[in-house]
Design a protein around this ligand. Structure first.
Ligand code: NZQ
Ligand code: ZN
Length: 438
């Protein structure tokens, strides 16, 4: 298995949790190193699809989750006493919301260094400054305090510090093997990405407007502290982003074609139903602990590998969305809310059986298959909009025609093959999907 990953690309495979089908190459695993071979034959929506009931898999997720209010104090024992610790954080939210003093109090007996300023969509250029600090001070443990961007940046810092090649960017752009990493832990303040319990990281580079990912078992956090109270201060925009990201992570794994995996289906539906039930509670009361806790746990479960085991996976929405973030700076989840409905309609025939199941079980719809499928997509769009993520490019003043051109030209330049669970979303279809979201 190629160690490189991006949700797609000539050299992709987010190798820790998710699965992506690449035409002519079988299925490449994202986040997990799981091969999904296609065997037996079935017919779906007029398409012939071959599949083998639940695929073989190996699953080992080593992350210790420490969940609940007051958990930050446990850092005192979780972080190795002898190591020089680098606390990595973002633009200052942890200083405004009281997380920083809790972390520093817990680490009072440790030798602590700090690195702040990791941006949303963490930048390679910034992370490399932390790499210099780690090398200079011989840092032995990294503690990420913040959202998914800080954590992904920390994972990259961990892998880049001891990188033997000439440029650690090669880990992202060339799939260069990660052979060592500084151990890391996490205090998560934004439930969204699942990064707290997976081995992937997404890093952007200013100079080339690229957003790429890598995966390595060496960057699983040793532990992740999930205290829902740290999320009370999230602005509506970030609360919305987190809910939508977790929702779309679930759909990317669930909404493909039936693979006779009823447990994974129902686990995914449980996450979707829980997010739909809990989200409105936060709109009324952002400090509702139970709702914050439930959403936090949903986000972790949506991308820790569990719901995607042994099944086909899509990830085309993420692939297209990352390019839109790279070119236009939209938040990650904002791109997903726009693109997923376009993918679902564009691939309606192949996804029909699962769209109907989703409509019936998650949205309580009934009727003819095509009507249920379309209504399920509409319900999803309404949900994203109500939560706070618009579903059209025009909401962000992005010209759909220009975006379609830029993203497809990039795919062509990369020699991008088809994407999606069948590998049948060609570059032309990607352009159509983006155009449909004007
Ligand atoms: O930088 P600070 O000051 O900390 O502020 C952050 C940031 O501005 C703020 N924030 C975080 N916690 C807060 C808070 N503000 C108030 N109260 C709190 N408790 O929120 C802003 C956004 O933070 P960010 O970390 O960027 O958000 P998120 O967690 O959504 O992470 C997004 C990044 O993760 C990647 C995305 O592509 C994007 O780069 N992803 C990572 C994945 C993975 N590693 O598995 C998978 C995902 O699909 C995704 O691609
Ligand atoms: Zn995501």
């Amino acid at each position: 298995m190629n160690s490189q990953f991006s949700y797609f690309g000539p050299q992709f495979a987010f190798k820790c949790i998710c699965l992506v089908l690449v035409a002519g190459r079988g299925l490449i695993s994202l986040y997990g190193g799981i091969q999904f071979a296609l065997h037996n034959c079935m017919h779906l929506g007029g398409l012939e699809v071959t599949f083998q009931a639940m695929q073989n898999f190996t699953f080992h997720n080593p992350v210790q989750i420490v969940f609940g209010k007051g958990s930050i104090a446990k850092l005192a024992k979780l972080v190795p006493a002898s190591a020089k610790v680098l606390v990595v954080y973002g633009g200052g939210s942890i200083k405004a919301n009281g997380v920083y003093p809790q972390v520093m109090a817990a680490l009072a007996k440790h030798q602590v260094f700090e690195f702040g300023g990791v941006e949303p969509n963490p930048r390679y250029e910034t992370c490399m400054k932390a790499v210099e600090l780690c090398r200079k001070e011989n840092i032995g443990f990294l503690l990420s305090v913040g959202g998914g961007s800080v954590l992904d940046g920390t994972k990259f810092i961990a892998a880049a510090t001891g990188f033997k090649g000439s440029d650690p960017w090669d880990i992202l752009a060339q799939g260069a093997e990660v052979t060592s990493a500084i151990p890391l832990g996490c205090v998560l303040t934004l439930p969204a990405t699942g990064s707290e319990m997976n081995a992937g990281a997404v890093v952007s580079r200013n100079s080339t407007q690229e957003k790429l990912f890598f995966v390595s078992n060496l960057v699983y956090p040793v532990f992740s502290i999930l205290d829902p109270e740290t999320t009370f201060t999230l602005p509506l925009r970030q609360t919305a982003n987190g809910i939508v990201d977790a929702f779309v992570h679930t759909l990317e794994q669930y909404l493909t074609f039936p693979a006779d995996a009823p447990l994974q289906d129902r686990q995914a539906e449980a996450i979707l139903n829980t997010l739909i039930e809990e989200a409105p509670k936060l709109a009324k009361d952002p400090k509702n602990y139970s709702a914050r806790a439930n959403i936090m746990w949903c986000a972790t479960q949506a991308l820790n590998g569990n719901i995607g085991l042994g099944i086909p996976q899509d990830w085309s929405t993420h692939g297209i969305g990352h390019e839109i973030t790279a070119f236009y700076g939209l938040d990650h989840a904002q791109t997903l809310a726009i693109i997923w409905p376009g993918v679902a309609r564009n691939r309606m025939a192949g996804k029909l059986a699962k769209l109907v199941q989703y409509g019936q079980r998650v949205w309580g719809l009934s009727g003819a298959d095509a009507e249920v499928a379309e209504a399920a997509i509409e319900k999803t769009e309404q949900f994203f909009t109500t939560v706070g993520c618009p579903t059209r490019l025009s909401a962000y003043k992005v010209d759909a025609g220009e975006a379609a051109k830029r993203v497809s030209e990039r795919f062509v330049a990369r020699g991008q093959g088809g994407i999606g669970e069948r590998g049948d979303i060609t570059t032309e279809e990607v352009a159509k999907i983006i155009l449909s979201r004007r």
